[in-house]
Unconditional design. Sequence first.
Lengths: 515, 373
Amino acid sequence: MRRLRGFGSLLVIVIVAASALIYTLVAGNKPLLGLDLQGGVSVVLKPKQQVENDTIDQAIAIIRQRIDAIGVAEPEITRQGDNILIQIPGVKDKERALQLVGQTAELQFRPVLANVPVTPQEATTTTSGDPAATTTTVAPEASTSSTTIDPTKTVGGLPLDVCTSGLSAEEINAAGQAILPQCKDGQLVGSYAVGPVALTGSALETARANLGNSGQWVVAPTFKSGDDGIGGFNGIAGQCFTKGSTCPTGQLAIVLDGRVLSAPSINSQSFKADQIEISGSFTERTAKDLATALKYGALPVEFEQQQAQVVSATLGQDALHAGLIAGLVGLIAVAIYMIAFYRVLGLFAVLKLGIEAALLWSIISWLGANNGLALTLAGITGIIVSIGVSLDSNVVYYEHLKEDINHGRSIRSATDKSFVSAFSTIVKADVASLIGAALLWWLTVGPVRGFAFYLGLSTALDLLTSWAYMRPVVKLATRSKFLLSRPRILGLPAEKTQERANAKSSNRPNAEVSQ
Amino acid sequence: MSKLGRLNRGETNIDFLKWWKIGLAISVFLMVVSVGSLLTRGLNLGIDFKGGVSWEVSAPGVSIDETRTALESVGEGTAKIQIVGTDIIRVQGPESTPEHTVEVTKTLAELANTEPANVSFSTVGASWGGDVTRSAIRALVFFFIAILIYLTIRLEWRMAVAALVAVIHDVLISVGAYSVFQFEVTPGTVIAFLTILGYSIYDTIVVDDKIKENERFVGQSGRLTYGQMTSMSMNQVLLRSINTTVVSLLPVIALLVVGAGIMGAVTLEEFSIALTVGLLAGAYSSIFVAAPILVWLKEHQSKYKVIRERLQAQGIDIAHASARVDLLGAGVGSAAISATSTPVVGNSVSAPASIAAPSGVIPPRPRKNQRKR
């Protein structure tokens, strides 16, 4: 067993790489392709004004709702500083997607005309909001009733899946009167017939959630002074308090982006601007959510479209194919060069690329499946570039080996000795690359980040394989008597130990006289 | 013995002291051209940096004139129209409304006889490119500082400074090439420039590491000036530099020729031109820029200045670097360093080992890590 000491890492890395690859293939994981490779829409939005953190988050939530409404598989919405990066792969109606994400959402106060039950029109099920229960039944022919019955809609005419599909701007503002849904966690929980917009969020100063006197969570909005603020609010509040014809239910709905957040009853004729409390069965979370929505409404984030990119699926695929084929051709050329130059050692270097490729493919696929990290064209370039970085480690080591052997060291002793020096060089150089990649990743935006990530990843893999694979595999090769006696096949110069021993008696070693 | 064979054994005997002067002239010339071109012609910035809209559609057989005629009807008659790759039509116009963008998209789809969904377009606000550039420059500055600190710790500050100058040299020349040939600068190009930094630093570190190794053995023995020792180190790492550059260039050239040239993927072209230029510059600068600067800095250090002056006083040729030093002794532990200097064209004096050990010469330091082997 002593003979195998030091080769454990070789075994481990080969097994790890092979099993990672097998796992990836069996699990069917594939790298998630970026928009530039599979087609889709990518938008960068920048707020026009300085905004607070939670209002940006609110804006992101609104954008997410809207994109979900177009029925896209995996939209990715991320914050980069104050900017919002929205990536929608494979969307069909690209123009609509572009339009939707850029619109500013408005907070409205609207009197509630009636509570509309959310049972389906067919009314075969007693519970609400479960479209699956009704879509399977056949819609009966319209009977004597003048309105046709649509089992996919509620009594109020809302689609049952309105919470995920959304309403158009026309539907929300139709003739000043609309039926709007109330959603909770994507489920339709209620709907309201509301009157015209009485007040918008601009009347608000701010809002906060706190614990009320009774120990319950309450939301306390603060209105601006004057007719555009608290005056306007008191106007509609008075109508609701008296339950007049404009507000028969006495409830005032708070609507954000076409959804009713809350419809509190008005309990007083008039209010002071900073002494309003919305109470109800709030939990800490729901109270804070409502406060955030009100704050957002006070100062809705207006976005400027910084960059929008729409990539057609065909052009994206062409780029992918070209990148892959070019990468393959480059790889073959590099393999031929390395093997021609370093023979068996060159073959080891190519195998090292293979191990790195297996690990890289598995990691990229895993990240794609679990973290939504997409592989972009910039990333592919980073990987192709890293072929050179990886092989350089081999070149550094092999050249060091050759030099030591030329200086009279035996092949076997040179393999260990050279590795120590060469690996120190490799670590220095790779760490510099890693520093660069990390800084690029942290400090830049957009495509540069993807590139930096893949460059950093493959550099780290190079460090790993240099130590765990290159060192033992070369050592293993020098165990072979066959290769050791034929250094040319191994890609190394002949040992000079013998010559040197002879030369020691004379003044100068032969090798250097002959220059 | 063939030259290639000598190269293969790291036994080349190139006098880099002489070549550095030529290299200096070339570098200065290229940098003057680059800066001059940047100041007068500037860069051909893509819409990502200026703001605007760019459409791309695969339209085999459609000419630029046909495209222009079709676009006149939607008011884009003055747009910049190119055929990129083999059959992709690219139209670039100023910033406009989303409605107008859709209109142009439809027109192009009709022209290319395809669905509007097959037309790619990208609109960029004028401030976006500025944001990207600013963040890239900020990253660059931090990168420079980090590398400076890192190399100072791992090697020494003189090497760090020399490496940094080499990197700046590379970027300047690469950007200069983009200005001279007016290639379009896109975010892809920016990425490629950043890659160049990595390569250049990487290459310089490998060379510096070799110099550092030799410095221990030779520099302190006082038989070679720092310049001669560096030149010798260059000879030893020459094959590595060549091989590394070849294996790095092959995939990039494949991107350029196969990906961009034959298959017409435009984005690949953007990356690969910059990478090709930068790779060549990076390999060149580690040998011809970083090394001479390091030598210059080092020979102002009193230790090496003393060696240099003493060697000069002994009448040993220090203007050339053809001295070959067998480092084996130090490597194997027998501590025997033999230095010979082959006569260089006429007037130099050879220094056989016997006279190369005058009193006062620092004896070669025994190797520190005398490991078992």
